[in-house]
Design a protein around this ligand. Sequence first.
Ligand SMILES: NC(=O)c1ccc[n+]([C@@H]2O[C@H](COP(=O)([O-])OP(=O)(O)OC[C@H]3O[C@@H](n4cnc5c(N)ncnc54)[C@H](OP(=O)(O)O)[C@@H]3O)[C@@H](O)[C@H]2O)c1
Length: 282
Amino acid sequence: MRITILGCGYVGTALARHWRDTSDHQLRLTTTSPERRAELAELADAVHVLEGADAEGLRAALKDSEVAVFSLAPTGTSQVGAEGYEATYLRTFEALERVLPSLPQLRQLIYTGSCSVYGDAGGGWVDETTPPAPRDRHGEILLASERRLQACADGDRRVAILRLGAIYGPGRELAPRFRPLAGSTRAGDGASYTSWIHRDDVVGALAWAVASGLEGIVNLVDDEPLRVRELVERVLTAAGLAPLRWDPGAAPERSPANRRIANRRLHSLGYQLRHPRLDPDA
Ligand SMILES: NC(=O)c1ccc[n+]([C@@H]2O[C@H](COP(=O)([O-])OP(=O)(O)OC[C@H]3O[C@@H](n4cnc5c(N)ncnc54)[C@H](OP(=O)(O)O)[C@@H]3O)[C@@H](O)[C@H]2O)c1
């Protein structure tokens, strides 16, 4: 199959490597940085240097491709302002919409979106049928981007959106990320739920999405939403580090969105998670 991966960061590069090692797909990759061309050329048949908002660049990168995987994220994600989200996600899908009429062979568009579109549910369960309720401008832009992409679907072209939990895995291990918390005290009770997904399951699910011709929205999280306090405890304990203490009397600056993300649809469609539970050693 002819596939273009747009955005080759943590996920996109791992996906390209996976397909290079296990498939006969013809791969094209994109980067915004000319200096990454040589590194990415080892993983693909061609590398295109472009910003997603560059419609002509997009057209060239997607010419003849049957599948496009969008795995872009603005640099430094959590600190990036709303305008950075607009520039990366919305402007890319607007440009895509403009060039699609000249790309009739492009049959499937896949996007690694985010569970942050759900917002807060007071600790309750949410699934793909739950109306999204972003609680900040970033989430609103991600939702608007999903809708922009969904508008690209027609009888001949499928759109699949994987809503990801927080990613961990090789190079993004949890212990180094939580090490600064060891032995400290944090405001609040840590009772909010978080959902995670291992990088290998993001890669596995993207490959499965292509192989199965996936269409529609699917949550991509592991089987086990964890309260923040359990998550931190599990990781610090596994790393042999001092526990984090919570101070329920002190109000946290900003509590995380509290909801449990259901992955029933992922299971019912047949994807088998490689890491169904958060693995603090992975
Ligand atoms: N990380 C998480 O915990 C998390 C959680 C939920 C959802 N997601 C989603 O998962 C996907 C993959 O995340 P990741 O961790 O692999 O991200 P990443 O490592 O930050 O990689 C994203 C890549 O997007 C490219 N990019 C940035 N701006 C671009 C633009 N304007 N036009 C074209 N390409 C652009 C960059 O490529 P160059 O540097 O080569 O230019 C960058 O390497 C993203 O869609 C993200 O929103 C991530």
